[in-house]
Design a protein. Structure first.
Length: 210
């Protein structure tokens, strides 16, 4: 409770019967206690995610046990496992289909930075190159306790948000992230200008050598 709320006089007969709070606190409490993760597993980290939702670790204690099978009903994308270039377009497409507010948790070393496959030709060095990540959970694979700790950190982040500043309540339109193009390599449409400049430099070098 803020200092401003502490100065509000409450009659003695109402003490213990009335709670004074802010709209932000009430709104954030309702969202943090009803996060719907999306059923989305990529590799071995998905087994740990499943274990976290089982009876031994009981993710339901934190109001996050309702895994949804569609992005249209999901608040949280848990990227659990190795992210290959072939999967990135699907991940971005699913992220765009999630309604606001939405969050992303990168689970494990592979989703966070490529992990032991970082130098592989078919693995991206972290999903944050394509979609915004709110919480990183390290490990290879992280334990169910580590995932739960990451989800608690996400709840703490939600607690700090305000209706007045969150982007999904602003008048500006939230643009969808362009879906990467999978060809001989993975192309991010947002880097089109950089690719064009690099191509022009290469062509100039070839002409100079000729």
């Amino acid at each position: 409770m803020t200092d401003e709320l502490n100065t509000i006089p409450i009659p003695p007969e109402l003490e213990g019967a009335v709670t004074v709070t802010t709209l932000d606190k009430l709104y954030n409490w309702s969202r943090r206690s009803s996060i719907f993760p999306m059923i989305f597993g990529l590799a071995c980290c998905a087994i740990e995610m499943i274990s976290a939702a089982a009876s031994r670790f009981d993710l339901a204690r934190f109001g996050m046990e309702v895994f949804r099978a569609t992005p249209r009903q999901s608040d949280l994308m848990i990227v659990s496992g190795t992210v290959t270039k072939k999967m990135v377009p699907q991940i971005v497409r699913l992220y765009n289909q999630m309604p606001e507010p939405k969050y992303v948790l990168a689970m494990g070393a592979c989703a966070s930075g490529g992990g032991p496959f970082k130098e592989g030709y078919n693995v991206v060095s972290g999903i944050d190159k394509f979609i915004p990540v709110d919480v990183y959970v390290p490990g290879c694979p992280p334990t169910p306790q580590a995932l739960i700790y990451g989800l608690i950190k996400l709840q703490e982040k939600i607690d700090q948000q305000s209706i007045k500043t969150v982007p999904w309540y602003n008048s500006d339109t939230i643009e969808a992230i362009p879906v990467p193009i999978l060809g001989p390599d993975l192309i991010d449409p947002r880097q089109g200008g950089l690719i064009a400049r690099e191509t022009a430099v290469e062509e100039a070098v070839v002409e100079a050598e000729a």
